[in-house]
Design a protein around this ligand. Structure first.
Ligand SMILES: [Zn+2]
Length: 73
């Protein structure tokens, strides 16, 4: 029983998938070592789809007001 074979986890080749928008880690799956892939998380994907559906016309001249979003710090 002195045989120390390589464990299946030893290769450690994992690919990390990160959201290109908010930087949230989405997934880790077998792949190339130290490879980071970029995708979109559900939230950002939704925002992108909304953008396509309702294209915003340029940036507003005065956007000083905070976003009416539920902010729980
Ligand atoms: Zn995101």
């Amino acid at each position: 029983m002195s045989e120390k074979g390589p464990e299946p986890e030893d290769s450690g080749e994992l690919m990390y998938v990160k959201c290109a928008y908010c930087g949230k880690w989405l997934d880790v799956k077998p792949g190339q070592m130290n490879w980071v892939s970029h995708g979109l998380c559900d939230d950002c994907l939704k925002q992108e789809l909304e953008k396509f559906k309702n294209p915003v016309s340029e940036s507003p001249p005065a956007s000083d007001h905070p976003l009416p979003r539920g902010s729980n710090s």
